[in-house]
Design a protein around this ligand. Structure first.
Ligand SMILES: Nc1ncnc2c1ncn2[C@@H]1O[C@H](COP(=O)(O)OP(=O)(O)OP(=O)(O)O)[C@@H](O)[C@H]1O
Ligand SMILES: [Mg+2]
Length: 269
């Protein structure tokens, strides 16, 4: 059975300024343990799609199913990693990670501290377990964010540009780390990114979206051998995938940029 099924999914935001059709006719099936990247220009509905899967937004059309059941709200089987780490500044690293378990019913909260520490260690922050977010670098905060999502042991990990705020080197390191966690725990991952390299490096398939309304333009399988490491990025095959993805999103990205320049221009006028 597929882990995730999207059938003719559509979402329209209704507002005072009019309606925005954010997603239309989205169809996608994701197998258990698959790593899928969502790639597309700003405003194509990537975050919206992730929120629908998380159960934090309600679809306007179609069906979102997880393990054969219709999604009706958030659940402990799914964790979301947002772009902003959103840590609680008054809590230490380990207590921020514990927060990932505190939403659970009381009966499922045994060994809170031990489980939190296990994930703190996994993301390489054991020496910082008792530090507070204000004492951490951006990359370290993002690791805490990842640990907080993993501690709940979700089957489905939904990640919205989790590494966007990081410098290029830390970002590459986090990607390698994420893959090793994924390979060990075999979770299903939906990973939103604007980076072509990140999409190719991480994924089994890249879902390329187009906008107005947000739709799936093409699904590109990435047949690079695993495990992948830094050398993977230097192969000709990697460059080929990257080039192909760029050819798919180039026109969209340019249109989006032109539009935002036009809007910016009309605002300043
Ligand atoms: N709460 C909202 N109310 C009205 N329109 C919204 C709302 N949230 C998003 N939108 C619109 O829906 C569309 C999709 O937005 P979404 O945030 O899903 O895009 P995205 O692909 O995640 O973009 P980005 O890459 O910039 O994060 C956009 O046109 C956006 O303006
Ligand atoms: Mg977004």
């Amino acid at each position: 059975m597929p882990h995730l099924e999207l059938k003719n999914v559509g979402l329209t935001y209704e507002g005072k300024m009019g309606n925005v059709v954010a997603l239309s006719d989205v169809n996608l099936t994701v197998d258990p343990g698959e790593f899928v990247a969502l790639l597309g220009p700003s405003g194509c509905g990537k975050t919206t799609l992730l929120m629908l899967i998380a159960g934090l937004l309600k679809r306007s059309q179609g069906e979102v199913m997880i393990a054969g059941k219709t999604v009706r709200g958030p659940g402990p089987d799914r964790s979301v990693v947002f772009q902003e780490a959103g840590l609680l500044p008054w809590r230490s690293v380990v207590r921020n990670v514990e927060f990932g378990l505190e939403m659970r019913p009381r009966g499922q909260r045994q060994d809170l501290r031990a489980r939190a520490l296990h994930y703190v260690e996994m993301v390489g922050l054991r020496a910082f377990a008792n530090h507070h977010p204000g004492q951490l670098s951006g990359g370290m905060k993002q690791r805490v964010n990842l640990a907080r999502a993993l501690v709940a042991n979700p089957e489905l990990l939904l990640m919205d540009e989790p590494f966007a705020a990081l410098d290029a080197q830390t970002r590459d390191m986090m990607a390698v780390e994420l893959l090793s966690i994924w390979e060990r725990d075999k979770k299903t991952v939906i990973f939103v990114t604007h980076s072509l390299e990140e999409a190719v490096f991480l994924s089994d398939r890249v879902v390329v979206m187009s906008r107005r309304p947000g739709r799936i333009k093409e699904v590109v399988p990435i047949d690079l051998p695993r495990p992948r490491d830094y050398d993977t990025r230097a192969t000709a095959q990697f460059a080929e995938y990257r080039g192909y993805l760029w050819s798919l999103i180039k026109a969209e990205a340019e249109a989006a940029e032109e539009e935002s320049l036009t809007v910016a221009g009309s605002n300043s006028a």
